[in-house]
Write a protein that binds this ligand. Structure first.
Ligand code: CMP
Length: 139
């Protein structure tokens, strides 16, 4: 699976604003296959664990507190060169700098409250997939 999967989170702000459907449509149009999907509310401990590689950054507390403000949609996506391809679809972390038409440009509010997460490497995609999905939940 290495190279073929990535994890996306549709974050609380985008879910609350009703953007999940439009984001899913764009993911489909871009040729990703959704091999697992769920709607979850993270606890503070789970958010800290998921974003552990960011622990120590000045934005860490804000990030994890934002991520527990409401439910998120978690997606396991499959495509050739999935990590890079999905990062292209979502655009730069800061929606104000993201390219026109990207998910973060279209649906994000700020760097702290951007619309979606995408794995940043194949190794992290595998770790993140294992964090959220058991084998029984993957199709
Ligand atoms: P995400 O792809 O979910 O991964 C880490 C998140 O940290 C990132 O999106 C941003 O929403 C958030 N973040 C907040 N401030 C910063 C910053 N200055 N640089 C990078 N990421 C930041």
């Amino acid at each position: 699976m290495k190279g073929k999967i990535t994890i996306s989170l549709i974050k609380p702000y985008a879910v609350k604003n009703g953007y999940a459907g439009q984001i899913l449509a764009k993911i489909n149009e871009a040729g990703f296959r959704i091999s697992a999907m769920k709607y979850v509310q993270l606890s503070l401990g789970q958010a800290k664990k998921f974003y552990a590689i960011h622990n120590g950054q000045k934005y860490f507390e804000k990030l994890v507190n934002f991520m527990i403000t409401g439910p998120i949609v978690v997606l396991l996506l499959e495509k050739e060169d999935a990590v890079a391809s999905y990062r292209k679809l979502i655009g730069a972390t800061d929606p104000h700098r993201a390219e026109e038409g990207t998910l973060r440009k279209l649906f994000g509010a700020s760097i702290e409250m951007n619309a979606v997460h995408g794995s940043d490497s194949d190794e992290n995609a595998i770790k993140e997939a294992n964090f959220f999905f058991s084998e029984m939940e993957r199709f």
